[in-house]
Design a protein. Structure first.
Length: 143
């Protein structure tokens, strides 16, 4: 698996990432989402904060980082989540089966949007994770 960040504010689109840090007030729920949808596995490292969850696949990792309680009190999450449209990045995740990943999005508290397209042999589909972050899943296009 490899994952990328897509910037809406520049001409650079697919930038290979090594570690993606996502802040959340519900670390366990968000980690469960990424484990199911993207296929990463929990992989704690020595020195990790007990409130955080590190997920890995190969050399790539996602760190779900807890938001301090003082800040968390100011955040309201909806169910189903509302899109966080003001975030200037969109992580892009390669998945083996786009259909399977899309099924798991809803099962794990996310939202499958209607935004999808095919480009360079890959079908891409925007979804909301369980916190409302917009991400893109992409997999081989059907012939």
């Amino acid at each position: 698996m490899q994952f990328y960040v897509r910037s809406h504010h520049s001409n650079i689109y697919d930038v290979l990432m090594g570690t993606l840090v996502i802040f959340s007030i519900n670390v366990r729920r968000l980690a469960d989402f990424y484990e199911a949808v993207v296929g990463v596995k929990r992989s704690p490292s020595p020195g990790d904060n007990a409130k955080d969850i590190r997920l890995r696949s190969g050399n790539e990792e996602i760190l779900i980082h807890s938001i301090p309680a003082k800040i968390a009190k100011t955040i309201s999450l909806q169910s189903p989540p509302e899109a966080r449209e003001d975030t200037p990045i969109k992580p892009v995740f390669d998945v083996d089966s786009l259909a399977t990943a899309l099924e798991k999005v809803s099962l794990k508290g996310g939202v499958v949007t209607g935004r999808n397209f095919a480009l360079n042999g890959l079908t891409r589909h925007d979804v909301l994770d369980s916190d409302g972050n917009i991400i893109q899943l992409r997999g081989p296009s059907s012939r």
